[in-house]
Design a protein around this ligand. Structure first.
Ligand code: C2E
Ligand code: MG
Ligand code: MG
Ligand code: MG
Length: 290
């Protein structure tokens, strides 16, 4: 692979191509090694009901703790894992860990739905529904304990096959969500036909809506669109009390964000939940009175 045809029929050595393909080969072997050596960690971020402040679930977010490089964030290896197909190994691992976390919380009397992110490759995997069913059985969970998040762009990569996989998962009774809504090129005609129950507004709009009237309008219209289609709407990227209040006033159902909590190791979730007190508007009013 280090050689390419120079046009004259002679094979010309291109050091750049060599370097790039060597780098991806080594990243792939590092990922395999990471899986064998248990270097992946499951982090979770709470999902909160914006009207009541009640925590209703959590999103599973993978991290790679590399022996030399330290914490590697998903944006630095998930896209590569998707390209090479290694994502299926990661997805299996995340589903397994997410199920273990949900069933451990259930043992403590905490019923929390766990959301897991799927990629395009996962949607193309004919065996995904069976693999998922096997995970549920191993952890004695019902499909309702899970929500599966699929980005708008993953769906639009191959809408027909995506729809097929989503129909099978929906028939099993698992909740489905469209992630990063507003950043891809969804056709509303598809959106209407997909068996999803939730729409997540991309954080890029939420992060800017307090300063940018255009973003605020996009957020408000997305909430209305979701509700008109009978979907629950979730906002990601809530970083302030003001953002929470604004979204709650717009009728947004749920939210996630650094204001409530950054993603944390799954083992820390129960402890965090025990300390959680909802920062509702009433408490601000109560402070004024005091
Ligand atoms: P996502 O599914 O849209 O997840 C939300 C991302 O927004 C997470 O980044 C989360 O840490 C971040 N976030 C949440 N609240 C805030 C906030 O208030 N402010 C800011 N600035 N960011 C916030 P993270 O964990 O780095 O994950 C990035 C993306 O990587 C995810 O976006 C998802 O697409 C992908 N990903 C993560 N874990 C997995 C996985 O297990 N499988 C797959 N296929 N993809 C994953
Ligand atoms: Mg997500
Ligand atoms: Mg998202
Ligand atoms: Mg995202």
């Amino acid at each position: 692979y280090a050689a390419k045809n120079g046009g004259s029929g002679a094979v010309v050595y291109d050091p750049d191509i060599d370097k790039a393909s060597q780098q991806s080969l080594s990243l792939l072997s590092e990922l395999r090694h990471a899986a064998e050596q248990n270097e992946f960690r499951l982090f979770v971020q709470p999902k909160v009901d914006l009207a009541s402040g009640v925590v209703s679930g959590m999103e599973a977010l993978v991290r790679w703790v590399h022996p030399e490089r330290g914490m590697v964030f998903p944006d630095n290896f998930i896209p590569f894992a998707e390209k090479t197909g290694f994502i299926r190994v990661i997805t299996q691992w995340v589903m397994e860990k997410a199920a273990a976390t949900a069933s451990e919380l259930a043992r403590q009397g905490l019923r929390m739905r766990v959301s897991v992110n799927l990629s395009t490759r996962d949607l193309m995997d004919q065996e995904l529904p069976q693999k998922f069913a096997a995970v549920l059985a191993r952890h004695q969970l019902t499909p309702a304990a899970f929500c599966l998040e699929i980005t708008e762009s993953a769906i639009m990569d191959d809408p027909v096959r995506a729809q097929h996989t989503l129909e099978s998962l929906h028939a099993m009774g698992v909740a489905l969500s469209i992630d990063d809504f507003g950043t891809g090129y969804s056709s509303l005609a598809y959106l209407k036909r997909l068996p999803v129950q939730e729409l997540k507004i991309d954080k890029s709009f939420v992060l800017k809506m307090e300063r940018d009237a255009g973003d605020a309008k996009i957020v408000r219209s997305t909430i209305d669109l979701g509700h008109n289609l009978g979907l629950k709407v979730v906002a990601e990227g809530i970083e302030s009390q003001a953002a929470w209040d604004m979204l709650a006033a717009m009728g947004c159902d749920q939210g996630q964000g650094y204001f409530m909590s950054k993603p944390m190791p799954a083992e820390d979730f129960a402890g965090w939940l025990a300390r959680w007190t909802p920062p509702l508007k009433q408490s601000a009013a109560a402070r004024e009175v005091a």
